[in-house]
Write a protein that binds this ligand. Structure first.
Ligand code: SF4
Length: 227
């Protein structure tokens, strides 16, 4: 499979946020979100076999632990990534899969926790989530909306409501988008949507979602990759 990087850091954007985690970042994405901070994954990378990826994961995290499969869009390499996830589960890892839900998720092993990043209108990639994937969601999974405007917030609130997500998944996450190419200050001035404003909307509407902040962007310089 084509891999951009494998590294260890803290998980930053789910109910697993704050836990040490090995990230396996696959190369390639079929979307072009306006605020994407991972454009370096679109091309390049290096070919690695399944055993090579497994060796690197166990070198970084001997004895199991949390592993996130991310990208880019990892499900573009479904043929290789499904066996990788299955093997990681069998070798005692807790496996998270970060995906946009634009590809079908039916073949993702049941033990894998899917974190589905449903694209909102102002990402420029709205309407890319495939509704068939709602059937693949379980109470272990999480659905995330990265928000850059009031329009995005209303889309996310209505989507969660219309599809009864609160009863379907472990968590609904509303997360303010970070400015593309943000660097320097590690604070919410770098967010496209003020977290305080978002928090106030969520409280007023009593939405069954939790506010998520991209933890790593408050720990390291937002421009730093591989953290
Ligand atoms: S899906 Fe992810 S990697 Fe692809 S363009 Fe959007 S934010 Fe970037």
């Amino acid at each position: 499979m084509q891999i951009t990087e494998i590294y260890k850091s803290l998980q930053g954007e789910s109910t697993y946020a704050g836990l040490p985690c090995v990230f396996v970042r696959l190369t390639g994405c079929n979307l072009r979100c306006t605020w994407c901070d991972s454009e370096y994954t679109f091309h390049g990378g290096r070919k690695m076999s399944l055993p090579e990826v497994l060796d690197e994961v166990s070198r970084l995290s001997p004895g199991g632990g949390l592993v996130e499969i991310t990208g880019g869009e990892p499900m573009l390499q479904e043929r290789e990534v499904v066996p990788l996830m299955q093997t990681l589960v069998e070798t005692g890892h807790t496996v998270l899969l970060e995906t946009s839900g634009e590809r079908l998720l039916q073949r993702v092993p049941a033990a894998v926790i899917k974190i589905v990043d449903v694209k909102c209108p102002d990402s420029g990639e709205g309407d890319t989530f495939r509704d068939e994937n709602l059937e693949a969601l379980t109470t272990r999974d999480e659905v995330k909306f990265v928000l850059s405007s009031r329009r995005d917030y209303e889309f996310a609130r209505e989507f969660a409501n219309r599809h009864g997500l609160a009863g379907k998944v472990n968590a609904i996450l509303f997360s303010p988008a970070f400015r593309k190419n943000a660097s320097g200050a590690r604070d919410s001035s770098q967010c496209l949507l003020d977290p305080q404003e978002l928090a106030e909307w969520m409280i007023a509407d009593n939405v069954p979602a939790r506010l998520g902040l991209q933890l790593h962007k408050f720990i390291w310089d937002p421009a730093v990759k591989g953290v």
